[in-house]
Ligand binder design. Structure first.
Ligand SMILES: [Zn+2]
Length: 347
C-alpha cells in the first residue's frame, strides 16, 4: 500500500464512504466495533477502492451486497468475494439466464463486459452453494444485524423479483436502510420513481435520515418525495455515470437542480467524465457553473454558518473520487473527507 497517509477512523463513529470515479459506484460502511459492509463495487486505476479502504483501516468485511448486476456496480465484486470466505454475500437478482435476454440490447462496449458479469455471478452462486450460511437473497423486509447496527432491505419484494419477463436490473435493484443508534442511512441503489412509489407504501419516514446515497446517479427519474422531503442538512452523496449524456445533469429541472431543492449541498464523488479527467483535488462549485462547463473551484471555500464550515479534509491520493462522512450516535457529523475529483455542489 506504500506510504499513504490516512487519518485513523474513530471507532465510535458510523462511517459512510462512497466511491464513484466517473463510471462505477461502491459504498463502504464501517460500523463501530470494526464491522464492515461493502455494497457494490467499482475499480479505480485497476484497484478495488473498497478493498484498499479495508487495507488502510485494517479489517475484514462481514457483508458484501450487490444491489443489481449493472456494469457500473459489479466491477471488482469478484475480487471482494475472493478476499474473504466467511462473509455473507447478498444479491437481489441472481437470475443469469434472464439477463442474457435483457443484455441482448446492449451496445458493443457493454457486451465486452458480459464476461465480467458472468464471472461475478458465478462467484456468487459458487459461494452460495458452497455454504448456505453465506447466502442472502435480498428481499423487502429482510433485516440483519451487523454489530449494533441493522441493515433492512426496502426493495425489491418477492412479486417483482419473480416477474416474467425480467423487469430489468434497475427495477430489481436493492435499496437499503442502515440504522445505528439514532443514525439512519438510506442507500438508494439505482431504484427509480415507480419503485419508490411501492417502497413508500410500506416504509414511512424515509425522508428522516442523516445520509443518502442518492438513487440512480441523481437522475431526474429517480427523485421521489418519499425520501426527498426533510431537513436541508442531510448529507447526500451522488455518484456520476459518464456514458451517453451522463448523470447527474446540471440543467434547470434536471437532477442536481431538483435535488438541491431539498438539501443545501450535494456531494459528488466525481463529475460525469472519465476518471482520467477528474479534478486534481476536491472542489466546490455552483450548479450553474458546472452547467456552463466551468471547472470547479479549488481549494474549496468553506461557507460560514453551516456545519460544513470545517475545512474539507483531503484524503490519500490513491483513494480518489470518494466522499466519506462519520456520524456520532446522535447523528452529528464528526468527520468528513473528500478524495481528489470530488465536488461539493450548491445552488
Ligand atoms: Zn448505476
Amino acid at each position: 500500500m506504500g506510504r499513504m497517509s490516512w487519518p485513523a477512523l474513530r471507532d465510535d463513529l458510523l462511517y459512510v464512504m462512497v466511491f464513484g470515479p466517473g463510471f462505477g459506484e461502491a459504498v463502504v460502511l464501517r460500523i463501530p466495533g470494526g464491522h464492515w459492509v461493502l455494497i457494490d463495487s467499482c475499480v479505480i486505476a485497476d484497484q478495488c477502492p473498497s478493498l484498499q479502504m479495508l487495507d488502510l483501516a485494517g479489517g475484514e468485511w462481514s457483508y458484501a451486497l450487490l444491489t443489481h448486476p449493472h456494469f457500473d456496480h459489479i466491477r471488482g465484486f469478484d475480487r471482494i468475494l475472493d478476499r474473504h470466505r466467511a462473509g455473507v454475500v447478498g444479491c437481489a437478482d441472481p437470475r443469469v439466464v434472464e439477463w442474457r435476454e435483457w443484455f441482448d440490447s446492449l451496445d458493443a462496449d457493454e457486451l465486452l463486459d458480459m464476461g465480467l458479469l458472468e464471472q461475478v455471478m458465478a462467484a456468487i452462486h459458487t459461494r452460495w452453494s458452497g455454504d448456505v450460511a453465506t447466502r442472502w437473497l435480498l428481499r423487502r423486509g429482510d433485516s440483519r444485524p451487523v454489530g449494533t447496527a441493522n441493515i433492512t432491505v426496502l426493495h425489491p419484494d418477492d412479486a417483482l423479483a419473480s416477474l416474467q419477463p425480467h423487469p430489468g436490473p434497475n427495477r430489481l435493484s436493492a435499496a437499503m436502510l442502515i440504522e445505528w443508534e439514532r443514525v439512519r442511512v438510506l442507500l438508494g441503489a439505482d431504484v427509480e420513481q415507480a419503485e419508490w412509489d411501492r417502497i413508500a407504501e410500506v416504509y414511512a419516514d424515509l425522508g428522516d435520515h442523516h445520509a443518502l446515497k442518492v438513487p440512480h446517479h441523481g437522475s431526474r427519474g429517480a427523485i421521489h418525495a418519499c425520501y426527498a422531503t426533510g431537513s436541508r442538512d442531510r448529507f447526500w452523496i451522488v455518484t456520476p455515470w459518464n456514458r451517453k449524456r451522463g448523470l447527474p445533469r446540471f440543467e434547470e429541472n434536471q437532477g442536481v437542480d431538483l435535488l438541491l431543492r431539498s438539501v443545501s449541498r450535494l456531494c459528488l464523488t466525481g463529475l460525469p467524465v472519465a476518471y482520467e479527467s477528474q479534478g486534481p483535488v476536491p472542489a466546490q462549485a455552483t450548479r450553474a457553473a458546472l452547467h456552463a462547463g466551468h471547472a470547479p473551484a479549488s481549494p474549496p471555500v468553506p461557507v460560514a454558518g453551516e456545519h460544513t464550515a470545517q475545512p474539507i479534509k483531503f484524503t490519500a491520493e490513491s483513494l480518489a473520487c470518494h466522499v466519506l462522512v462519520g456520524f456520532d450516535r446522535t447523528g452529528q457529523i464528526q468527520d468528513e473527507r473528500y478524495g481528489r475529483g470530488s465536488v461539493v455542489v450548491r445552488e
